[in-house]
Design a protein. Structure first.
Length: 657
C-alpha cells in the first residue's frame, strides 16, 4: 500500500470564509417544519421529506415517533425501516436501533395488499438476505425490479450500504446505473442555480420630490400679477381716454406678444434646465465622502452595480471606457435603489435582479444609441425659440409705443403705471416661472418614475417566471446522492474493488471556498460547490479521496488520493474555534494530519419558527460528518480489531434475531 506524504494536508483552501457568508433562505417553503401540536400523520410525512432530504437522523426520530403514537400503516413501516438502515451498515446501528430492527423483522406486521405492502415484504426479505445463495439473491433482485419505480428507487438509494455479499454488488450496480442515468436529469444545470436565488423583492416606485414652492413665492406671484394687470389695464384706459387710437394696436400687440413670448419662453427654459439636470445626473459624479459601513446596505448595492456594469459591457467597447462613461448613471441608479429599499429591511440579494436588469437596460440603450437620447428629446425646437424672440420683441416694441401714447395723454399717471408694469411684471414673471418649472419638473419626474416602474414590473414578472421551476430541496438531495454514487463508483474502479469488498464508506461534505449556499426552513444548507472527503474502508485499510464537486454543473475533480493501514490512524477529532468554526482532523501515527475546515455550516440565519441549532444539526446530518466520525473514531481506538469487534457484535445481533 502507498503511504501518504508526511506533511500535513489541509483541504480547506480558505473555506473558513464560507462560514461568514450570507445565504439564501427560502422562508416560504415549510417542507421540514413541525410544531408542538403536529399530528402523528403530519409528523410522519415530515419525516419522509427529511429522509428524501438526506437528514436520516431526524427522519428516523420523526417517523418512529409517529409509529409509536399508533400511526402504523404498511407505508409507515416501509419508511421506518428505510430511515433506520439508510446509508449505514449493520455495524453502525446502536443497540437501541438494532433492537428496533430485530423487533420489526420478527413481527413483520403487514396489513394490506397494496404496493406499499409488497414493497415492505421485499424490504424484509432484503434485510434477511445475509448468507443467502447467489440464486436467492437473483430472485430477490427480480422482486426489487418488479416494484414500482418510486419504491425501487427508495430501496436502491437507502440499502446500498446495509446489504452484503453478491446481493450488495448487484443492488449497488443497479443503484449506480440509476444514479448515472438521473444525475443530470430534470434540466439540472439550468435549474440548480435557481435554488440559490432568493425570492425576489417586488419593485418599488421611487416617490418623486413634490414641488418645492415656498408660500412667499405664491404671494409674490399673485400680488404682483394683480398689480401688473391693473397697471396694464390703466395704460389702455389712458390711451382710449386720450384718443390715442394709433397706439391701441401697439398696446394689444404687446399684450399678445408678451403672452406667447412668455409661454414659449417658459418651455424653452424648462428644456434647458431639465437637460442640464440630466447632464449632471449622467455626468461624471463628484467624489463624495461616505460614512457607509463596509458591509452595510449602501456598500453592498455599490458593489452589485459595479459588478453588473462590469459584466454587461456593450459590444466593441472597452470596459474601462464603458465604466467611466456610465459612472454618473451608476451613481444615480445606486442612489435611487438605496433611497427606495434601505428602510424596507430588504437584503441586497433580493434586489440583485433589479440591479442586473437596470445594468442590462443601460447596456441595451447604449447599443441602440439611445443612452443620451434625452438630449435630443429636450432640445428646444426652432419654432419655440422663434415664437419666444418674436413675442418678446412685440412686447418691447408695442409696449414702448403704448407707453408713449399714454404719456402724451397723462404724463404723471402713465409714468406711474409704466413703472408698476415693469416692476410687477418682472416680479410676477420670475415667481410664475419658478412655480411652473417646479410643477413641470415634478410631472417629468413622475412620468420617468412611472415608465421605470413599468419596466421594472415587466422585468420582475420575467424573473419570477424564470424562477418558477426552481428545484425542491428533495431534488437537490437526489442530485447530490447521485453524485456521491458516481464518485463512489469512480473510486471503486480506480482501486479495482467490488462494493462487497468495502466494509463501509463515508463522506464528509463541506462547502468549497466562497461557495453560494441556500436552504429551506429547517433544512440543511446546500452549496453550489462542495469539497468532499471520501473514505473507503476495506480489509486492507483506508482509502481516502479529496474531491471538488461543482454541484451546478455536475462535474468533479479528484484532488488527492491517500491509502493507509488501520493502525496508521492515531486520532480523529472535531475542534471548534472561538468563532464557532469547526475543524475535522484526522491524525496519523507518522505525524501527518488531514484537516477539513468549515465542517460547521456557519451562521444559521434563523427564520421565524426555527430554533437555534436546528440548521446546524440538519446540515451535519445531511453532510455525513457524524457517521464518518463514528466509523473513524472506532478505528482510531481499536485499529483493525474494530472490524472484528463489529463482526462479533453483528453476529450476536443476528443470532438474537
Amino acid at each position: 500500500m502507498t503511504e501518504p506524504d508526511a506533511s500535513a494536508t489541509n483541504i480547506a483552501d480558505g473555506s473558513a470564509y464560507v462560514g461568514s457568508q450570507a445565504g439564501t433562505v427560502h422562508g416560504d417553503v415549510n417542507t421540514y417544519m413541525t410544531f408542538a401540536d403536529t399530528s402523528p400523520k403530519e409528523k410522519f410525512e415530515t419525516g419522509v421529506r427529511c429522509l428524501d432530504g438526506d437528514m436520516t437522523g431526524r427522519a428516523w426520530r420523526l417517523i418512529n415517533e409517529a409509529f409509536m403514537a399508533d400511526y402504523q400503516t404498511d407505508r409507515v413501516r416501509f419508511y421506518r425501516l428505510l430511515a433506520l438502515v439508510s446509508g449505514r451498515t449493520r455495524r453502525e446501528l446502536s443497540k437501541e436501533e438494532a433492537a428496533a430492527l430485530r423487533n420489526a423483522q420478527s413481527r413483520r406486521h403487514i396489513t394490506g395488499d397494496d404496493e406499499w405492502a409488497e414493497g415492505l415484504k421485499v424490504l424484509h426479505r432484503l434485510l434477511d438476505s445475509t448468507g443467502k445463495s447467489e440464486a436467492d439473491s437473483r430472485i430477490l433482485l427480480k422482486e426489487v425490479d418488479a416494484l414500482g419505480a418510486r419504491r425501487r428507487a427508495l430501496i436502491l438509494r437507502h440499502l446500498e450500504s446495509f446489504l452484503e455479499g453478491s446481493l450488495k454488488d448487484q443492488v449497488w450496480h443497479q443503484a449506480w446505473k440509476l444514479a448515472k442515468e438521473n444525475r443530470m436529469a430534470g434540466d439540472r444545470v439550468d435549474r440548480v442555480r435557481k435554488f440559490f436565488q432568493p425570492n425576489p423583492a417586488r419593485p418599488q416606485r421611487r416617490e418623486s420630490q413634490p414641488p418645492a414652492i415656498p408660500p412667499s413665492t405664491w404671494i409674490q406671484a399673485v400680488a404682483a400679477t394683480a398689480i401688473f394687470a391693473v397697471a396694464t389695464v390703466h395704460i389702455g384706459y389712458l390711451l382710449a381716454q386720450g384718443g390715442q387710437i394709433s397706439a391701441l394696436p401697439a398696446y394689444l400687440l404687446s399684450i399678445v406678444g408678451g403672452f406667447f413670448g412668455a409661454r414659449d419662453g417658459v418651455e424653452w427654459r424648462f428644456r434647458v434646465v431639465r437637460r442640464r439636470a440630466k447632464d449632471r445626473e449622467y455626468g461624471t459624479p463628484r467624489q463624495r465622502v461616505t460614512n457607509a459601513s463596509p458591509g452595510g446596505f449602501t456598500r453592498q448595492v455599490d458593489h452589485r452595480f459595479d459588478y453588473y456594469f462590469a459584466k454587461y459591457v456593450p459590444r466593441g467597447v472597452e470596459r474601462d471606457i464603458w465604466l467611466a462613461a456610465t459612472a454618473g448613471i451608476r451613481r444615480s441608479m445606486r442612489d435611487e435603489v438605496v433611497d427606495v429599499y434601505r428602510e424596507r429591511r430588504i437584503g441586497v440579494e433580493k434586489i440583485a435582479w433589479l440591479i442586473r436588469y437596470r445594468a442590462g437596460e443601460v447596456k441595451d440603450r447604449w447599443e441602440r444609441g439611445a443612452l443620451w437620447s434625452y438630449r435630443e428629446e429636450l432640445a428646444t425646437p426652432p419654432s419655440i425659440k422663434a415664437v419666444t424672440v418674436l413675442g418678446l420683441t412685440a412686447l418691447v416694441v408695442g409696449g414702448f409705443w403704448a407707453v408713449g401714447g399714454a404719456v402724451a395723454a397723462d404724463p404723471l399717471s402713465a409714468a406711474r403705471s409704466a413703472l408698476l408694469v415693469l416692476a410687477c411684471g418682472w416680479i410676477a414673471f420670475r415667481a410664475w416661472l419658478r412655480i411652473i418649472l417646479e410643477h413641470r419638473r415634478h410631472a417629468a419626474d413622475e412620468a420617468e418614475s412611472k415608465q421605470a416602474k413599468e419596466g421594472d414590473d415587466a422585468a420582475f414578472a420575467r424573473w419570477r417566471a424564470k424562477l418558477a421551476d426552481k428545484p425542491k430541496d428533495r431534488e437537490m438531495a437526489d442530485w447530490l446522492d447521485y453524485d456521491r454514487k458516481v464518485l463512489l463508483n469512480e473510486a471503486l474502479r480506480h482501486y479495482e474493488l467490488k462494493m462487497s469488498d468495502v466494509i463501509t464508506h463515508a463522506f464528509i461534505e463541506t462547502p468549497a471556498s466562497s461557495s453560494a449556499r441556500a436552504r429551506v426552513l429547517r433544512g440543511p444548507w446546500r452549496y453550489k460547490k462542495y469539497r468532499l472527503l471520501m473514505f473507503l474502508l476495506t480489509a486492507d485499510g483506508v482509502r481516502e479521496l479529496t474531491i471538488t464537486l461543482d454541484f451546478e454543473q455536475g462535474s468533479f475533480h479528484v484532488q488527492r488520493r491517500a491509502n493507509y493501514r488501520f493502525d496508521m490512524i492515531a486520532a480523529v477529532r472535531v475542534s471548534q474555534s472561538d468563532n464557532g468554526e469547526q475543524t475535522f482532523e484526522l491524525a496519523l501515527v507518522n505525524g501527518q494530519k488531514v484537516h477539513v475546515e468549515g465542517t460547521d455550516p456557519g451562521p444559521e440565519e434563523l427564520q421565524q419558527g426555527e430554533e437555534p441549532g436546528t440548521v446546524s444539526e440538519a446540515t451535519q446530518d445531511a453532510s455525513g460528518l457524524r457517521r464518518t466520525l463514528h466509523v473513524l473514531e472506532g478505528i482510531a481506538a481499536e485499529g483493525k480489531g474494530w472490524i472484528t469487534q463489529e463482526h462479533h457484535r453483528e453476529g450476536k445481533e443476528q443470532g438474537a434475531a
